[in-house]
Design a protein around this ligand. Structure first.
Ligand SMILES: [Zn+2]
Length: 158
């Protein structure tokens, strides 16, 4: 392969854009233009199966801590008549950690939050549906294909 600018034989060609023209040049001439991506020989496309898998992830429900988790912990603890030390002992957290959680300075781990739910009889998690849904399928869990199938089953019974 020859450099398109100086004609020198090049072993590892550089791809540049010079005055809007794509060129294959040698290392020395590469500085005359902007670097350009190599020609698209193999276009990488994701296999369809991979995309399906991602869609399922997007559609899954996520458990997240409720917005007012710190208030819920404090209020429930007081309602139960527990000290921070007592509550800490029940969920395996130091007193200072409970105090920090109630002040929102420390976010409980999922494990700790679940223990707090149990001990205090409160709910700290809520289901959040991923907002980013690819394509139009399944916002309500039913696709047009499902509807057609249901229609067909009804017909079969008649
Ligand atoms: Zn050159």
């Amino acid at each position: 392969m020859q450099c398109e600018l100086c004609g020198k034989e090049v072993s590892s060609p550089r791809y540049i854009v010079l005055d809007g023209v794509r060129m294959i040049v040698c290392e020395d001439c590469a500085r005359h233009g902007r670097p350009a991506p190599p020609p698209a020989q193999k276009r990488i496309t994701l296999p369809a199966r991979k995309i399906d898998k991602d869609e399922k992830v997007f559609q899954s429900m996520k458990k997240v801590l409720v917005e007012d988790w710190s208030e819920r912990i404090r209020e429930a603890r007081i309602r139960k008549g527990l000290s921070r030390q007592e509550l800490g002992a029940k969920v395996g957290e130091p007193t200072v950690a409970i105090a920090k959680m109630e002040n929102r300075d420390l976010r409980p781990s999922d494990e700790t939050a679940r223990k707090l739910e149990k001990v205090l009889g409160i709910t700290l998690f809520e289901d959040v549906k991923e907002i980013h849904l690819p394509r139009s399928t399944s916002s309500g869990g039913i696709t047009i294909g499902d509807l057609l199938k249901m229609e067909k089953q009804k017909d079969d019974r008649d």
